[in-house]
Design a protein. Structure first.
Length: 319
């Protein structure tokens, strides 16, 4: 049987919903293709693209968002989850816009208005296993939990999708530990944050999908979608630029005087020169100056507590 291309795998960036490393996804590529579609975000894209490049695998970029008509406020129901896959750069821009709108309309969860979905161009593939209407639906997702009534709709093509909570079948124990449990707040014991269903929750194989649904066309459609995907270029954000009057070395000299540190001491002098040179070489001088300016301004307005980060032990940060 022809293997299924995983078009919309969830990863560690589907926070508290999935255990699975982005860097591991290319190892599950089929026909040298693999897709990522996390819940409400695209945080894994850069790492995913890098991992795919290393493995010579074609990346497929998508996202999962809840869709709701007219954005009516409801605590109990946030709408069915749709999968949006970008065919090209224009489609990727549309996905970014959808995510922005979803978070702008946050109400217990990010939500997208169904009208935005209806207005999407053909540069985006729209997939769902539950939906409000088929006006802009390209495929019905056949998953572990798709309703047989939905699956029986003949006029809409089907495609196999794994709603994976973890990557490998052996990862279940780690997933449950990661998702964890907490008191339910009502005196009824603990509420478990992981899916405790007995159906498979890993990335399913063709045989596992076919055993449940017996639909060969849904296998072929994973290839049709993958073939429609073009090459992507993800832009990197430029380094922030400092436009003030502060000078890093002068700030360090001033800070040393206030803290009683002798920068003529050879140990301190060498350390200061080393750190300033390293910051300059790594192109972080503007970043340090912007953060320093922000902290100075904040201290004039409020109490500023101790910070944390990756530069512990830095003489420049201390001064």
């Amino acid at each position: 049987m022809k293997p299924i291309i995983p078009l919309a795998a969830r990863t560690e960036y589907s926070f508290r919903k999935t255990f699975g490393f982005v860097s591991d996804l290319p190892n599950h590529a089929v026909n040298e293709c693999i897709g990522i579609a996390d819940i409400n975000n695209t945080f894994g894209y850069h790492e995913f693209l890098s991992a795919c490049e290393d493995k010579k695998v074609k990346p497929i970029l998508g996202v999962r968002l809840s869709v709701w008509p007219n954005l009516e406020k409801s605590r109990l129901y946030i709408g069915p989850e749709y999968i949006f896959i970008a065919k090209n750069q224009l489609g990727l821009e549309e996905i970014y816009d959808l995510i922005f709108e979803a978070h702008e309309n946050f109400y217990y969860a990010p939500r997208v208005d169904i009208d935005l979905v209806r207005n999407l161009s053909e540069n985006v593939v729209v997939i769902a296993e539950n939906f409000f209407d088929d006006e802009r639906l390209d495929y019905i997702a056949l998953t572990q939990t798709t309703s047989p009534i939905i699956a029986s709709i003949e006029q809409i093509p089907k495609v196999y999708i794994s709603n994976n909570s973890f990557t490998h079948p052996t990862d279940r124990a780690v997933y449950e530990l990661m998702a964890g449990s907490r008191k339910d707040g009502k005196g009824n014991g603990f509420k478990y944050n992981f899916e405790s269903q007995t159906y498979p929750q890993h990335i399913l194989s063709s045989e596992e999908h076919f055993l449940q649904w017996g639909n060969k066309e849904a296998i072929e459609n994973t290839y049709r979608i993958a073939d429609s995907i073009e090459h992507f270029e993800i832009r990197s954000a430029p380094m922030v630029k400092y436009k003030g009057q502060l000078d890093m070395r002068e700030m360090c000299i001033q800070g040393a005087a206030e803290k009683g540190i002798d920068l003529f001491d050879e140990v301190y002098a060498e350390r200061l020169d080393y750190e300033l040179r390293l910051i300059e070489e790594k192109n972080y001088m503007d970043y340090f100056l912007v953060v320093a300016d922000m902290i100075r301004t904040a201290k004039k307005q409020m109490l500023v507590g101790p910070a944390r980060g990756s530069s512990a032990g830095s003489l420049v940060c201390y001064l």
